[in-house]
Design a protein around this ligand. Structure first.
Ligand SMILES: O=C(O)CCC(=O)C(=O)O
Length: 290
């Protein structure tokens, strides 16, 4: 039976669990190969049951200021102007999965951004997160990387309500997006937690009672910027649920939203917060409501 066109409710009660796939990809200078390679990894993760698949930051291009303008794509135009997002959209639709598409360099007019695209299981572009905190560091004798030489910072935290198709019998739910350096800024995680969802950084999972998934490129010691690898899923108790080493890998792990409920019931931090003494100000929400 084609469930999509049936008006009958599902026989089974939707599960509180689903599988996530974190694709720790090797990235080369060959864009076509990177796209084909990412597609294969997504297909493999989906074949292993993942309903939500994540890619790493800048997976279609080397991570360098010289490369960003060369590999950048116009996501809003789509199609041939954006072969990377065209692939993500197609594979999300064909496999009926949600994809958090890591990030790619995005061209928009005369600006470049480091942008994460989220596709729902219809293949529709559900959200675009432009990295808010650009990675501008200068550690003498060690590393200098000034993303703001080429990139413009995004202006919005991004929360995505993914579609919860009942025929999938699993809810991927609400996701907050952070790109790499973004996750070091705990206010972002706090705002996401306050709006009730599931990402962004490792040390903030327990504090904010969230699931946190991080996905890195595989380590390439010959690259200009050497990624750490160790993609990881952390649960709402701060426990490492799944992780890996430096090499290319696909992590498949289970997310269970009932554990979020348990954690939040056992430790009712939201209720016990002293709003009379301190407050988190969600500037974006205030602007949108004024
Ligand atoms: O925060 C870090 O340690 C690394 C950040 C980074 O590499 C990035 O934002 O691209």
């Amino acid at each position: 039976m084609d469930h999509q066109h049936s008006l009958m409710p599902p026989a089974a009660i939707p599960s509180t669990t689903f599988k996530i796939g974190l694709c720790q990809l090797s990235v080369t200078a060959d864009k076509e190969r990177n796209i084909a390679h990412a597609r294969k990894a997504i297909e493999e993760a989906a074949a292993k049951g993942a309903k939500l698949v994540m890619l790493p930051e800048i997976w279609n291009s080397p991570y360098s200021n010289d490369s960003f303008p060369v590999y950048a794509e116009d996501i809003d135009v789509g199609g041939e102007a954006s072969p990377s997002t065209a692939m993500l959209s197609e594979v999300a639709r064909l496999l009926k999965i949600t994809i958090v598409g890591g990030s790619i360099p995005e061209r928009s007019g005369d600006r470049l951004y480091n942008t994460c695209c989220v596709f729902d299981s219809d293949g529709k572009l559900k959200a675009k997160h432009r990295k808010i905190h650009l990675f501008d560091i200068d550690i003498p004798g060690k590393i200098t990387f000034i993303e703001s030489k080429t990139l413009t910072a995004g202006e919005n935290p991004t929360i995505v309500d993914t579609d919860n198709h009942w025929w999938v019998l699993a809810e991927v739910g609400r996701i907050g997006i952070g790109i790499c350096y973004d996750i070091r800024f705990q206010e972002l995680a706090m705002i996401y937690a306050a709006r009730g969802l599931f990402l962004p950084s490792l040390d903030q999972a327990a504090d904010n009672q969230l699931y946190v998934a991080t996905c890195s490129p595989a380590r390439d010691v010959a690259a200009g910027y050497v990624a750490w690898g160790h993609s990881t899923l952390v649960g709402p108790f701060g426990e490492v649920l799944a992780t890996t080493e430096h090499e290319q890998d696909i992590i498949i792990a289970e997310i269970d939203y009932s554990l979020l409920e348990l954690r939040r019931t056992n430790l009712p931090l939201t209720k016990q917060r002293r709003g009379d003494l301190y407050q988190l100000v969600d500037v974006q929400r205030m602007k949108s409501e004024s």
